[in-house]
Design a protein around this ligand. Structure first.
Ligand code: SF4
Length: 409
């Protein structure tokens, strides 16, 4: 297998696809409903949604051949909606979505790490709904609508506790997730004062453990959350993404959703950002997302230290400065996130993509920290990290002075 990032599509390939006619309700072929099972309306199909998710390009990302599902998830309206779009796909019922032995507990799956992300989907019910304070990227971390991802970034923290596979798990009780978030937002009242997350709105991260743009290829969870925040004037949804999904352009967020396109130098991305949309395409999509009603920020992340990193980040910042229109620059802000890694993931990666570990695992400049759950995490030693952050700030001031840094970590 060649793990280097193959382009999934050219951005030009994705430009206006013909809209599907609006749904009239139940589909004869599927017996399902095109619209969500009870949560807030997305208004989606009326805008010609889902033209992209039915395309061959989308299928290159996600071509589901196997579903593991909790019975309650299968029975739910969202579960039925998802399965209606997957006729003939084999379903294995499981007691719980978390740590399925034949999936997450099978070390033979390491060799199929990417394949499983492409062809396997897990459906579950999220039982514990809680919103956690954050204060860095967002004010709050909302209960996410998914866990796991069809992309395969070598540094991704999501699989750290998942074992030997990390396909998308979709949570089908989206109505409960949306209702929980709505209650939480209303309980806060207006934001009392500006902070680094946002000057006015409470910011809720809705994609902590997955990528909402890819989830939208197979279900309406992302659309439902975007629709919910449209009606919450004191709050804003926020998610980071490495995938350009043009279907999101039709969700009409009305400024209440912030999309954060993650960017890194092309040489790093080719080696580390496996299965993602190429970085230039994420950048090229920024203006379209802004014009469609999103706030568009950037994650400079992760910053990986290696010979030549300063030159390559300078090139990337110059590229942002060259290609982004003024209207994107005027509202843009960035997060800088230095690489962190993890020993268990290092060992998994050695089984499917050892070359990435040459870059990610550098004990001579990294220090270890045992997390609360006993995992051994690594990060750049404090002085190394501080020097790098100072240098990156200089590069930003020189090449993209318009790009305000919301936070650096
Ligand atoms: S896109 Fe995000 S969630 Fe998906 S593999 Fe990459 S880092 Fe992980």
């Amino acid at each position: 297998m060649e793990p280097e990032q193959p382009p999934l599509f050219e951005w030009s390939d994705t430009a206006p696809a013909p809209a599907r006619p609006a749904s009239t309700g139940r589909s004869a072929s599927t017996g399902g409903s095109e619209s969500t099972g009870g949560s807030e309306s997305t208004g989606g199909t009326a805008h010609g949604l889902y033209a992209f998710r039915d395309s061959p390009q989308a299928r290159r990302m996600l071509d589901v051949r196997e579903v593991y599902a909790e019975p309650a998830a299968l029975d739910s309206p969202r579960g039925q909606q998802i399965m209606a779009r997957l006729p003939g796909v084999r379903v294995t019922e499981v007691d719980g979505h978390w740590r399925i032995p034949s999936l997450h507990g099978n070390d033979g799956n390491i060799a199929r790490w990417v394949r499983i992300k492409t062809d396997t989907l897990v459906l579950g019910v999220k039982h514990s709904l809680s919103t956690r304070p954050n204060g860095r990227s967002a004010d709050w971390i909302a209960p996410g609508p998914s866990n796991g991802c069809a992309m395969a970034c070598a540094y991704c923290y999501v699989p750290r506790r998942k074992g030997f596979a990390n396909p998308i798990t979709l949570f089908t009780n989206i109505e409960a997730i949306v209702a929980h978030v709505q209650r939480h937002v209303r309980a806060q009242g207006p934001k009392p004062e500006p902070n680094q997350c946002d000057p006015e709105a409470w910011v809720y991260d809705i994609g902590e453990n997955g990528d909402c743009s890819v989830d939208a290829l197979v279900c309406d969870n992302t659309a439902d959350l975007v629709a919910a925040f449209r009606r919450l004037p004191t709050a804003k949804a926020s998610f980071a993404t490495k995938f350009v999904n043009p279907d999101l352009l039709a969700l009409d967020p009305q400024g209440r959703t912030r999309v954060r396109f993650s960017v890194m130098p092309a040489d790093d991305a080719r080696l580390l950002d496996i299965r993602t949309s190429p970085v230039p395409e994420r950048i090229a999509a920024a203006a379209d997302f802004l014009d469609a009603g999103y706030e568009v920020h950037f994650n400079l992340s992760p910053v990986v230290l290696r010979p030549g990193w300063e030159r390559d980040w300078a090139d990337l910042l110059r590229h942002l400065d060259d290609v982004l229109p003024a209207r994107v620059k005027e509202q843009a802000a960035a997060e800088i996130i230095m690489l962190t890694h993890n020993q268990a993931l290092h060992e998994v990666n050695l089984g499917w993509h050892p070359r990435a570990e040459d870059l990610l695992w550098q004990p001579e400049i990294q220090e270890t920290k045992r997390s609360q759950n006993g995992a051994l995490n690594v990060r750049y030693a404090l002085e190394t990290k501080q020097r790098a952050l100072a240098r990156l700030r200089e590069l930003l001031a020189a090449h993209a002075p318009w790009l305000r840094i919301r936070y650096a970590f």
